[in-house]
Design a protein around this ligand. Structure first.
Ligand SMILES: Cc1cc2nc3c(=O)[nH]c(=O)nc-3n(C[C@H](O)[C@H](O)[C@H](O)COP(=O)(O)OP(=O)(O)OC[C@H]3O[C@@H](n4cnc5c(N)ncnc54)[C@H](O)[C@@H]3O)c2cc1C
Length: 392
């Protein structure tokens, strides 16, 4: 009698989930052990978030950075299911979905990512815009469009958080708005980009200065209003006007995690074994921003992609009775966009800024985009677009 094929359910199609699915589909399954691979996401598109800023400046288009899953997974054998995941039965590995029948799996990968917490300060939830999803970007685009079409002399934008996202966002917005833009970054600690390499921090400071972007360090936000925010600096409160408040500070694991009794670390993330299995649940793996290994590594796309390789291999090994491998993080460096045609990067012994860094960053991300057919379509567009513009 034929045994039922095993089913691997991958929850979340971001960097961790999608890249695990793609890697799994390339592994050498023997016909008898070929599992059904199901990728579940609430959205119909993958989002390459490191290039999200480029939508604001019109440097890139949505199809380039947010291709549909159906396109990426064509001819891979991976089944895509668009559904909102509402829960998991841990013992039976049954996944509950909104408006759809539940799905029982033999192996699970939890890759639900994180959210931007807006509950620390009164008014932030109502008036501040996070910058994490396509919907956030469209909301910001719409606000910018209305302000740009108005007769306002200046457009004032306050960006909360002086990390990578806050700095990259500020530079791109400053380049978009030109003379009309009045931008400021509000950072609670003593300096911006606390975890960045010194070379990148200096390049970023120079880019901010050249664009006249104001820095409020050692300053915390006390309240956000419809067109203002209250700040606290050295026990002194101040209210400043801002037509747009963008919130980039902090990452919180998916709220779904609160309902799972998985072991968690002090940052509220799922505690993993070195093999990326969840402690106490050997058939369930986790990757990306939702999970923490013993070694403290950054919550980045770079980490999630590296984990996806190990996770796929270990899923294969666990179904084919082979030994599992411990995950090893390999830091490849860091890159930052600093406005249109400008960037900085360090890694693998290289330090670059300016246009060269901008071009290198683009090439690295082209190489990192998922699925060869998408890489080719985007690469062709990047080569042909300047030619078409030049000729027309
Ligand atoms: C603006 C921005 C810029 C960034 N730039 C960089 C960078 O330059 N370099 C870098 O390395 N990292 C960068 N990052 C961080 C990087 O994007 C994350 O670390 C990475 O996306 C984590 O991958 P993940 O798979 O854990 O989560 P995600 O990629 O966020 O994927 C989670 C997926 O789960 C889905 N999901 C969530 N809840 C549910 C549910 N209930 N039901 C169904 N589906 C659900 C979501 O739709 C999403 O597709 C950036 C992040 C942002 C926001």
């Amino acid at each position: 009698m034929n045994e039922h094929p095993k089913r691997i359910g991958i929850l979340g199609g971001g960097f961790g989930g999608l890249y695990t699915a793609l890697r799994l589909s390339q592994l050498p399954w023997e016909n008898a052990s070929q599992p059904e691979i199901v990728l579940i996401d609430k959205n119909d598109r993958f989002l390459f978030s490191p290039l999200l800023y480029e939508l604001l400046t019109g440097e890139l288009q949505t199809w380039e950075i947010a291709p549909p899953f159906s396109e990426l997974l064509a001819n891979t054998g991976v089944r895509f299911l668009q559904a909102n995941i509402t829960g998991i039965e841990l013992q039976t590995k049954q996944v509950h979905l909104e408006h759809r029948p539940s799905l029982t799996c033999d192996r699970l990968v939890v890759a639900l990512g994180g959210t931007t917490p807006l509950n620390f300060v009164p008014g932030a939830k109502e008036y501040a815009i996070p910058f994490r999803t396509l919907e956030d970007t469209y909301r910001l685009q719409e606000k910018l469009r209305v302000l740009e079409a108005s007769d306002r002399d200046k457009i004032r934008i306050a960006i909360v958080g002086g990390g990578f996202s806050g700095v990259e966002l500020a530079c791109k917005l400053a380049d978009r708005l030109g003379e009309r833009g009045r931008l400021r970054i509000i950072e609670r600690s003593e300096d911006i980009l606390a975890t960045a390499a010194e070379f990148n921090r200096q390049a970023a400071k120079q880019a901010l200065e050249e664009r006249g972007i104001w820095l409020d360090v050692e300053t915390s936000v006390e309240e956000v209003g419809p067109e203002h925010l209250s700040l606290l600096y050295k026990s002194q409160s101040d209210e400043i006007a801002a037509e747009i408040v963008l919130w980039t500070a902090g990452t919180k694991a998916s709220p779904l995690l609160d309902s799972f009794p998985f072991p968690k670390c002090d940052r509220g993330l799922i505690k993993l074994m070195p093999t990326l299995q969840i402690e106490g649940y050997e058939g369930i793996f986790a990757v990306g921003d939702i999970a923490a290994t013993e070694e403290k590594i950054p919550a980045t796309a770079q980490t999630a992609i590296q984990q996806a390789d190990y996770c796929a291999w270990n899923l294969w090994a666990s179904l084919c009775d082979r030994p599992l491998l411990p995950f090893r993080y390999n830091s490849l460096g860091e890159m930052m966009a600093l406005g249109i045609d400008n960037a900085t990067l360090t890694g693998l012994g290289i330090k670059l800024d300016g246009i060269l860094a901008y071009l290198t960053r683009r090439l690295v991300y082209l190489y990192r985009l998922p699925a060869l057919n998408h890489q080719l379509a985007v690469g062709f567009n990047w080569i042909s677009q300047p030619l078409i513009e030049f000729l027309s």
